[in-house]
Design a binder for this molecule. Structure first.
Ligand SMILES: [Zn+2]
Length: 120
């Protein structure tokens, strides 16, 4: 099926490996070794450029897409909507829906748009 946009989250066998800005693809969170007591564990670490923007959508819901500090104040609305849909697509796929079912569900969001945005 048609992909909405590129992936902004990278997975590997251990789970999320890296999270990137939804606009420019710069890494904003990475998996790292962190010491908890005597134990060395893997954990996601947000980088200092991590920003989340709360976006009110025209269907009454909201989303909190992830950007880098440079892009957070100057987001690309069309691409952001596309990335939000992409996120849903990934989520539905993970829940076991097939491509046709996903397409059918996302059809209802053709007119989805940004109503208001606020940097967190
Ligand atoms: Zn960016």
């Amino acid at each position: 099926m048609a992909e909405y946009s590129e992936d902004y989250v990278e997975f590997d066998k251990l789970g999320i490996k890296e999270v990137r800005c939804m606009k420019c693809n710069t890494p904003v969170a990475v998996r790292d070794h962190t010491g908890i007591g005597d134990e060395n564990v893997l954990a996601m670490r947000k980088l200092s450029n991590w920003r989340q923007v709360r976006i009110e959508l025209n269907n009454g819901s909201y989303a909190e897409p992830i950007f880098c500090v440079q892009c957070a104040s100057n987001i690309d609305e069309k691409k952001t909507i596309s990335q939000i849909k992409k996120g849903w697509q990934i989520e539905l796929k993970a829940k076991g829906f097939n491509d046709d079912e996903i397409k059918e569900k996302l059809k209802h969001y053709d007119k989805l748009d940004i109503k208001e945005k606020k940097e967190k």
